[in-house]
Every structure is written in C-alpha cells, then in structure tokens.
Design a binder for this molecule. Structure first.
Ligand SMILES: NC(=O)C1=CN([C@@H]2O[C@H](COP(=O)(O)OP(=O)(O)OC[C@H]3O[C@@H](n4cnc5c(N)ncnc54)[C@H](OP(=O)(O)O)[C@@H]3O)[C@@H](O)[C@H]2O)[C@@H](O)CC1
Ligand SMILES: [K+]
Length: 502
C-alpha cells in the first residue's frame, strides 16, 4: 500500500466515504485503528511500570479508549484519563461505557491524573486528532504541559495533540511525541511548519479504508524504496543506449562541485559523459576525471566568460541531457548559459546557481523538452513569487502550483524532506539525514539524476529514483557528522545493486 499524505479534510472525506458508501461501520474502523496501534505499542506497554492513556473529547479519544480495552484483553495494566466525560462524541460514548463496564482503571479528576502522568513511563496521547480546530485551553494545556515535562515515552495517536492536522501549526501548546501513529494516512500537518518537530518517528497504520478512495483524496504520496525503479540495463547495449550527458559547471573557487557531480553521474550509469568547465580549471579537473571528456570554454575572473556560451551552442545538439549549475557561480554568463541550454532540444537539468540564473527568464520553461529543477528552499524563491517563509509554511502548495504552471518541469524541492512534483503529481521522500545537510550533497544528487535520465529518458522516474538513491546513500554506518561527499559517491553502486535486487 502506497501511503497517502492528506489534509484534515481529505482524511475526513475518506472516512465518511468508507462509512457511507462502503457501509463500513465507524466503530469497525476505530477497532482496526486501535488494534494496529496496540500491536505497535504492545512491547512497550508490557514492559512499562506505569502507563496512562490520555483521552480527549472526540474520536481520537475514542481510539485511546479502544486501546485501553485491548490492553485489558492482553492483561496489560494501564490507566485511562478522560478529563471531560460529559463531552463525548457518539462513538466515544460507546467506548466509555465499555471501559466502565469492564472495570478498566479510569480517572477524570485533574490533580490525581497529573500525578499519574508524572510517574508514567509510557503515555498514549489520544487528546486531539484530526478535529482540533481552535487553540488549546485549560485543562488541556496543563495536561499537555505535564506530558511534555514527564520522562515517559510518548506515542501520539494520529497526530501530536495541539498540531492542526492540515497546517502543522501548533495551536498554543503541543504534545512533543516520540512516535506518531498516523491513522489511515499521513496528514500534511505532519510535514508542514512545526509538524516535523513535534511528531517524532512517524508510522502510518491501515484501518480498512479502501485504498482507492485516496486516488482522489490526497495531497501527495510518500515514496518508499519499493515504489522506485532503477532503469533496466539490457546486456545487448552500447554506450549510446544509456544516454549522452553534458555537465556544465565549475569555477576557480568551486571546482570540486562539478567533479563530484560528474563522478556521481558516471556511477549512476550514464553512457557517455562530457564535462564543460571554464578553461582556468582545466588542469585540476582533468587530473580528477579520466572517465569524462573535458570541454574547456573561455573563462574570465575564475568563471565562465560570456563568450563561453558559443562553446555550448556548438555542442548542445549532441546530447540527450544538459545539466548546469554545479559550482558555476552567479554571473551574467550563468544566466546566458541557462538561456542557451533551454533553447536547445535536449532535456535540461538546472541545479544550484543555474536556478538563480533562471530567475528572470522563467518563460523559457515553456519548451518542448523536459526540464528538471533541483532548488533548495532559498533557491525556490527565485522560481516563484513567494518569500522563504511562505514556501516553508506550505511547500506542498508551492510545488504543486509551480508544476501546474510549468507542465514541462519536474521540480525537486530540497529541505529536510524532499518534495517531487510533476504536473498534478506530488511525492515526498522522507529519509531525513543530517549527513546530507552538507556542501557537495546537492552536486551528487544532480549527478545521479543526470545519469538516471540518460538511461530512462523519463524525468519523473529519474527524479523519484534519484532522490531515493541519494537518500539511501546517506544511510551508511558512519556518524552523519563525518560523512564526506566521497562516502556518498562510493555508496552509489551499493544502493543501485540493492534496489535492483528488490
Ligand atoms: N470513523 C472515523 O471518523 C475515525 C476516526 N478516527 C480517529 O478520530 C479522530 C478524529 O476524530 P474527531 O473528528 O472527533 O476529532 P478529535 O480531534 O478527536 O476531536 C476533536 C473534538 O474536540 C473538540 N475540540 C476541538 N478543538 C478543541 C480544543 N482546542 N479544546 C477543546 N476541545 C476541542 C471538538 O468538539 P467541540 O468542542 O467543538 O464540540 C472536536 O469535535 C482521528 O484523528 C482519528 O484518531 C479513527 O478512529 C478512525 C475512524
Ligand atoms: K493525538
């Protein structure tokens, strides 16, 4: 099952359709949710000296009560805390009656409950889920404050209580979860604004809502390794089969960027690779890259000179993909190279300084051949009319709006998770790893994408597979602080073969 990322409204609509159109009783969905949560938490609950399930006034609270019942079935002790038994949703009222009939320990008075929370080593947070619609007030703020001050392991059901499920904004105070057990689908609020900070480790649990309901009702899909496809390599092939790439970049002060990008490209299966650099770095780059052909364009002050673009014009028709940006610098020549590359018939990949070089000529994106763009958040401000804060607040909207306006583009927006957009499709790759938060990491991604595009000629396949490979390269047995770009490049063959085996 591919995991959908939904707004609160989309998740609610899927629930409603499952109940009304597919006649699945709401209590049955809830029982599935409770069983899945219980399975995941069972070991911790068994080993806990004291656990508390804190339940709010809606169906999120009802999930918590159903989990308490499963604990009783498995002879696991836990205490239910329901602060407001007079204010319950319909399903919660049914769950609450069962709790009382089964004589499961429960408290509703605040002071003894807060003591229990202070002493607990496992807390299940079922205060608020998808339905939180206003700032948290007393007594809930005091309860959340006590949960956050405790040393307990905290698991939030569906979403950390206090987070608005669509926006990920903390409405006043918010539970700081160690784990979040998303019910049926992830919520956009897990990824936006404070969502990442409060959610802890994320899991998505199926509850029997027919998967196809999310074909329409979703904002994005979370990509997993099983969803990506390394381009096939027929043994009866020659170097032309796997694409001809021209990678353009480098400058006196940043010659490492283009070298790393080219190494990653070659390791990612390109047929032939030519590297275009300013002639002032010819010697140093040439020594590092026997595998690539070098083309030198005239330089000025350590970067490409304006007249260097003639070199690109002479060459550009020979390639399947032109990739620009790595270590190129922000100069007039960069803008000119971007313009002339986009006026070719080849696929064009614009990375780093090339995204900056595009900022005043976005109309050039309306072309026949595909364009791949790999901005980070700041570089994204050059590609749309939004400031950094607005992009950070809603990267989903930023990417989907851009991709609708520029249907030829595949956009890869890099932050602590990666968003990939193409036309109306939106994907998330979430393998956050600080090993990638370093200079050189983007150049390696650019190389991987170029290599993959050469083989599959499908920008979206190159993007989804390339981002996944890049993320997996960082998952090595080295401390993230010490991972060097070269470590990532050396990991590429290992990741390729493990993905191909799968
Ligand atoms: N079939 C299903 O639907 C399934 C649902 N499932 C589960 O249900 C969850 C969604 O349930 P939900 O819609 O009842 O929302 P939830 O967040 O529990 O309660 C919110 C209620 O609290 C109130 N309220 C809001 N803000 C407040 C505040 N600041 N301070 C105080 N009160 C506040 C407000 O009520 P009001 O006070 O406005 O009457 C609102 O109604 C979902 O996350 C998942 O866990 C699963 O079991 C699968 C099946
Ligand atoms: K919750």
């Amino acid at each position: 099952m591919t995991q959908s990322i939904c707004t609160a409204n989309q998740a609610r609509q899927a629930d409603t359709l499952a109940i009304q159109q597919y006649r699945i009783p709401s209590l049955l969905l809830m029982e599935h949710a409770a069983q899945e949560c219980f399975c995941l938490l069972k070991k911790r609950l068994q080993n806990a000296r004291s656990s508390v399930i804190v339940c709010g006034p809606g169906n999120n609270g009802a999930d918590g009560l159903a989990i308490a019942r499963l604990c009783k079935d498995h002879k696991i002790k836990c205490t239910v805390f329901l602060p407001d038994p007079c204010h319950l949703s319909m399903d919660e009222k049914i769950q609450w009656d069962m709790i009382q009939a089964l004589d499961i320990p429960h408290i509703s008075d605040l002071e003894p409950a807060l003591k229990k929370i202070e002493q607990a080593d496992v807390i299940i947070d079922a205060l608020f889920g998808n339905g939180l619609d206003r700032p948290i007030q007393e007594p809930y703020s005091k309860i959340i404050q006590t949960i956050n001050a405790s040393n307990a392991f905290v698991a939030s059901i569906d979403i950390a209580s206090g987070l608005q499920a669509t926006t990920g904004k903390a409405l006043g105070i918010c539970v700081h979860a160690d784990q979040t057990l998303a019910i049926d689908c992830f919520k956009t609020g897990h990824y936006r604004n404070e969502g990442r900070q409060y959610s802890g480790q994320l899991f998505c649990l199926p509850i029997g809502i027919p998967d196809h309901l999310h074909d329409r009702l979703k904002t994005a899909l979370l990509l997993e390794t099983k969803d990506v496809q390394i381009p096939l390599r027929n043994s009866h092939s020659h170097k032309g089969t796997f694409g001809k790439a021209l990678m353009i970049g480098g400058s006196q002060s940043m010659h490492g960027a283009i070298t790393m990008a080219c190494q990653a490209c070659y390791r990612s299966g390109i047929g032939t690779l030519t590297c275009m650099i300013p002639d002032c770095i010819q010697e140093i780059v040439g020594q590092k890259m026997e595998f690539a052909m070098n083309l030198c364009a005239p330089s000025q002050d350590g970067t490409f000179a304006l007249e260097g673009v003639a070199c690109l014009d002479q060459e550009k028709s020979k390639y399947d993909i032109l990739s620009l940006g790595n270590g190129m610098g922000r100069t007039k020549a960069t803008e000119l190279f971007v313009e002339h590359a986009l006026k070719s018939d080849a696929c064009v990949l614009l990375d780093a300084d090339a995204c900056w070089g595009l900022r005043d000529q976005l109309h050039l994106l309306d072309r026949e051949a595909p364009v791949l763009l790999t901005p980070h958040l700041k570089e994204m401000t050059y590609l749309c009319q939004k400031d950094l804060k607005t992009i950070q607040e809603d990267p989903f909207d930023t990417v989907s709006t851009f991709c609708k306006e520029h249907p030829q583009c595949t956009l890869i927006l890099k932050s602590d998770f990666t968003l990939i957009g193409h036309q109306d499709k939106l994907y998330v790759v979430d393998h956050a790893n600080s090993a990638l938060a370093k200079g050189g990491s983007g150049d390696i991604l650019c190389g991987i994408l170029t290599g993959l595009y050469g083989q599959c000629r499908d920008p979206l396949q190159a993007a989804t597979t390339g981002v996944m490979i890049h993320n997996l390269c960082a998952a090595i047995k080295k401390d993230p602080a010490s991972v060097m770009p070269q470590d990532l490049i050396e990991q590429i063959p290992i990741v390729f073969s493990s993905l191909r085996e799968n």
